[in-house]
Design a protein around this ligand. Structure first.
Ligand code: CP
Length: 311
C-alpha cells in the first residue's frame, strides 16, 4: 500500500490495518529526519496548513505545528478564544474564510463530536481531526501504538489496559480501535460510573480492580479525570479516586512483573499517577510526545499526497 485508503483523518475507526502500517513506516523515516542535525525536509513546500483549535491544547497543537514546519509547509494558526467566533461567526463561515486564503489541509480540535466529519462534507480541503469532544483523537492513538511498537517490538499479542475516565475520553476510543486493528488485547479499568455502557460492544475486557488489571497487562495507558467534561459527580472525591485507581510506585513494585506506563497528558500528578511513576524508567510518556511529531508528519505527508494540484 503506497497511499491511504481515506481522504481525511477523522477517526481510527475508518482506517484499515494497512493504513496504520503505512503511517508507521512513513513515521519511521521522519523520525530519522528529526534526529538529524538538519531536521527539515521540503516535502510540503507550497502547501498551506491551518491549525484551528476551538479547545485548549498544548501537546497536539505544538506537535502539529512543529510537524508542519519540519515538512516546510506554510502554517497559519487559529485559536477560537481570540477569534471572531466570539462575535457569533459559525464554524462553516470561519473555515470558508480561512479556505479563501487557499489552505490545503485543516487540522482541527473542536469540543463537539463529529465537527471534523461535518467539515469534511462541506469544505474542499483535507481534514485532520486533532480531537473532537469525547469522540476520537486519532493521531494520539497512532502515536500511542507507535510508541508501544517502539518499546516492545510489536503491538500484536500485547495486553494493554486503559485506566481511568473512559466515559469522557476520545483517547480511549481511538486507542481501542487502533490497538485492536494492530492485534492487541484491550482492557479498560476504572469505576463503573466512568466506563460507558456500550463498551461491551467493542470487544474489550472490563476490570474494576486496578491490581488485577495491572497484573494482567503488559502496558498501562493512564488517563486523567476530565473534570471539565463531567456534568455530575461520578465518584465521591478525587482523594477517593486516587486511593482506588491512582498508579503508585509501591503498587507497581508489588507486581510480579514490570509493565510499561503511558499517559497522553496532561498529567494530574498525584491524582491518577504519582510523580515518581510518571518520571520513572518504566514510563514512556515523553517518548510518546517525541513520537507525536513523526506520526503527525507522516499523516500530513500522506494526506497531502492525495491532493490533486494544477501544474
Ligand atoms: N494529549 C493531548 O491531546 O494533549 P493536549 O490536550 O495538550 O493537546
Amino acid at each position: 500500500m503506497s497511499s491511504l485508503s481515506v481522504e481525511h483523518l477523522i477517526g481510527i475507526k475508518h482506517l484499515q490495518r494497512e493504513d496504520i502500517d503505512l503511517i508507521f513506516s512513513t513515521a519511521d523515516n521522519f523520525k530519522d529526519v528529526i534526529n538529524r542535525p538538519i531536521k527539515k525536509v521540503p516535502s510540503l513546500r507550497d502547501f498551506t496548513i491551518a491549525n484551528l483549535f476551538f479547545e485548549n491544547s498544548t501537546r497536539t497543537k505544538l506537535s502539529f505545528e512543529l510537524a508542519e514546519k519540519r515538512l516546510s509547509a506554510d502554517v497559519i494558526n487559529f485559536a477560537s478564544s481570540s477569534s471572531s467566533v466570539k462575535k457569533g461567526e459559525t464554524l462553516i463561515d470561519t473555515v470558508n474564510n480561512i479556505l479563501a486564503m487557499k489552505v490545503d489541509v485543516v487540522v482541527m480540535r473542536h469540543p463537539n463530536p463529529g465537527a471534523p466529519y461535518f467539515l469534511s462534507q462541506h469544505v474542499d480541503a483535507k481534514i485532520v481531526n486533532a480531537g473532537d469532544g469525547t469522540h476520537e483523537h486519532p493521531t494520539q492513538a497512532l502515536l500511542d501504538t507507535y510508541s508501544i511498537r517502539e518499546k516492545l517490538g510489536e503491538v500484536s499479542g500485547k495486553k494493554v489496559v486503559i485506566i481511568g475516565d473512559i466515559l469522557h475520553s476520545r483517547v480511549a476510543l481511538s486507542n481501542i480501535f487502533a490497538l485492536q486493528k494492530l492485534g492487541a488485547e484491550v482492557m479498560v479499568c476504572g469505576p463503573a460510573t466512568l466506563i460507558p455502557k456500550f463498551i461491551g460492544t467493542l470487544g474489550v475486557k472490563v476490570e474494576h480492580n486496578l491490581r488485577k488489571a495491572l497484573e494482567w497487562c503488559d502496558v498501562a495507558n493512564v488517563l486523567r479525570i476530565q473534570l471539565e467534561r463531567q456534568d455530575m459527580a461520578y465518584f465521591p472525591s478525587l482523594r477517593e479516586y486516587t486511593m482506588m485507581y491512582g498508579i503508585t510506585k509501591k503498587l507497581l513494585d508489588s507486581l510480579s512483573k514490570e509493565i510499561v506506563i503511558m499517559h497522553p497528558g496532561p498529567i494530574n500528578r498525584g491524582v491518577e499517577i504519582a510523580s515518581d511513576v510518571a518520571d520513572s524508567d518504566c514510563s514512556i510518556i515523553l517518548q510518546q510526545v517525541e513520537n507525536g511529531v513523526a506520526i503527525r508528519m507522516a499523516v500530513l505527508y500522506l494526506l497531502a499526497g492525495k491532493i490533486e494540484r494544477m501544474s
